[in-house]
Design a protein around this ligand. Structure first.
Ligand SMILES: *[C@@H]1O[C@H](CO)[C@@H](O)[C@H](O)[C@H]1NC(C)=O
Ligand SMILES: *[C@@H]1O[C@H](CO)[C@@H](O)[C@H](O)[C@H]1NC(C)=O
Length: 353
């Protein structure tokens, strides 16, 4: 028997077993229900999972999961007290999408309210609109019972003061005077436009460390898909800036006949390509979720090789994947998975392409 095993160990049987293992790992499939979210935001995955286990819907799971990140202030890039804008204020963007009805609720440039994804859910449940913005969204939130609070913290204040002290570097202006790469504003329109590259190295570095989003896909036992996002946007953004996160098809997308996707990274660039919508459309054509994510990234690469971005994708039978654009300082992307064979959220990694 020993020699039998030894023979099998060396023979084609072992080859086959290794191949099957590689195929299984490569395919990344899980039994349903499935929770998938961007970055190593473990608390979010755990909370979404607990919501499902206690009988909550897929939408409830997305709302509580992303909401957990808002409470934990995940990476300083979700929730209050992070990513102060040019005036030192934290503003929030969030969306939630129901893949059964294709309804979306979202808020952008939300001020003075912490639970952005909760407000987004209320936009979906209590209005016929899709997206509310700015102080008006705050008034809506208050009418729905959310507290009106200051989102500034000691941390966001010190990020802001440090930035002021370093001549407002980096910032998001171009073609203005005084030279935005050297001075603070107020800026005026420059007479001549130059073709200087939009993304300097320092901006890119800043993005990798401070500019993330929670994006989440939840697929229920029967294949219902919900997706959502929450973020406090880009640090030092110009007031009024809204990124990809609250835009359906950009930040996230869900379709219960296909699957779901969510994106994170340089929202200003990512949103031009509707990456989440595009990933779902690729999966609709029968393309594997990992490949769908990769195709989305490579499409953006044709125009913006230096962008910082990643996408997660899952289909209704529980196959999932992720992809990211390889740039200096960002070679691998981490994301969380929770499914019935796991006793806790599993952190997974993909190599960027
Ligand atoms: C401002 O920057 C200078 C150096 O550039 C430093 O000496 C000073 O401590 C900074 N002040 C604050 C408040 O960060
Ligand atoms: C999900 O992706 C897997 C792996 O590519 C594939 O085998 C499966 O058929 C897909 N499911 C759907 C519903 O498209």
């Amino acid at each position: 028997m020993g020699s039998d095993m030894a023979r099998r160990g060396r023979g084609p049987g072992r080859c086959l077993r290794v191949m099957i293992l590689v195929l299984v790992l490569g395919a990344r499939a899980a039994p349903l229900p499935l929770v998938l979210n961007t970055w190593a935001f473990r608390g979010a995955a755990e909370t979404a999972w607990r919501t499902l286990q206690s009988g909550g819907s897929e939408l409830d799971a997305v709302e509580t999961g992303c909401g957990q990140c808002e409470i934990e202030q995940c990476d300083g890039s979700v929730g209050f007290g992070g990513s102060p804008d040019e005036h030192g204020e934290t503003t929030l963007d969030a969306m939630i999408m129901d893949g059964n009805t294709m309804e979306v609720g979202s808020v952008a440039d939300l001020r003075h309210v912490k639970n952005a994804i909760g407000v987004a859910r209320k936009v979906m449940q209590h209005t016929k609109h899709t997206l509310l913005v700015g102080e008006s969204a705050s008034l809506f939130a208050v009418s729905m019972g959310f507290p009106y609070e200051d989102l500034t913290t000691q941390n966001s204040l010190s990020i802001y003061l440090k930035w002021l002290n370093q001549s407002c570097q980096p910032n998001y202006w171009k073609n203005v005077i005084p030279d935005p790469s050297k001075s603070c504003g107020p800026y005026k329109r420059a007479k001549e436009l130059n073709n200087r590259k939009e993304w300097s190295i320092s901006q890119r570095k800043m993005n990798i460390h401070n500019h993330d989003t929670i994006g989440m896909i939840v697929i229920g036992e029967t294949g219902n898909v919900a997706a959502g996002t929450s973020t406090n946007g880009a640090t030092h953004k110009i007031q009024g800036r809204v990124g990809d996160s609250p835009i359906a098809g950009a930040g996230a997308y869900a379709d219960s006949t296909v699957g779901g996707a969510a994106a994170t990274g340089d929202g200003d660039i990512m949103m031009r390509f509707l990456p989440s919508y595009q990933a779902v459309e690729y999966m609709r054509m029968g393309i594997d979720p990992t490949i769908a994510c990769q195709k989305v990234i490579s499409r953006i690469q044709k125009y913006a090789s230096e962008f910082f971005g990643a996408v997660i994708c899952a289909n209704t039978t529980g196959s999932y994947g992720a992809a990211c654009n390889k740039i200096p300082g960002f070679r691998q992307f981490h994301f969380m998975v929770y499914s019935p064979l796991l006793s806790q959220p599993s952190e997974q990694v993909v190599d960027c392409i």
